[in-house]
Write a protein that binds this ligand. Sequence first.
Ligand code: FMN
Length: 164
Amino acid sequence: MKALVIYDSMYGNTEQIAKEIGAALGSGAKVVKVKEAKVEDVASSHLVIIGSPTQGGRQTIAIKTFVDDLPVEALHDKRFAAFDTRFKNIMARIFGYAAPRIELAIRDKGGNTTAQPQGFFVKGNKGPLLEGELERAATWAKSIAAGLPTNLMPGDYKVKKKEK
Ligand SMILES: Cc1cc2nc3c(=O)[nH]c(=O)nc-3n(C[C@H](O)[C@H](O)[C@H](O)COP(=O)(O)O)c2cc1C
């Protein structure tokens, strides 16, 4: 499988997650910063994962512009997934996050986003990532590659016992 991870990053945290995802996807995966990302790379990949820091409740302008400018033909026959880095607090939740917006933009263009958008937590604007987030990113990426459920936000692991 040819996988492509496109990311933007101001302080390096989203870049760390992007590289971890690339490593988890194996040797076929290419990880590129959005400034260097090419439409041809998207068109020739089977799986495209796009990540951005959340800034003001949304993705960076560079990520938004890249997705908006993707020609519809480049979206055919592939799967997309979106992730972001974000704060873990109620205020941040009110403004929303980058990943659902990226996912929506891709779906609006007719892209196939089979994976649950995912957020990875940072402590402050400059990071660092909370403990365990790199591992969670690797698990998320492997689940996508394997076609498994991808809703891996903390707390989603609880399985209710069926009442008899
Ligand atoms: C201008 C600015 C606005 C931000 N707005 C939000 C926000 O609305 N919600 C949130 O969860 N985090 C917000 N953050 C924190 C970023 O999510 C954090 O800086 C980012 O995850 C770090 O990733 P990076 O190192 O790849 O840049 C903001 C950060 C900056 C610098």
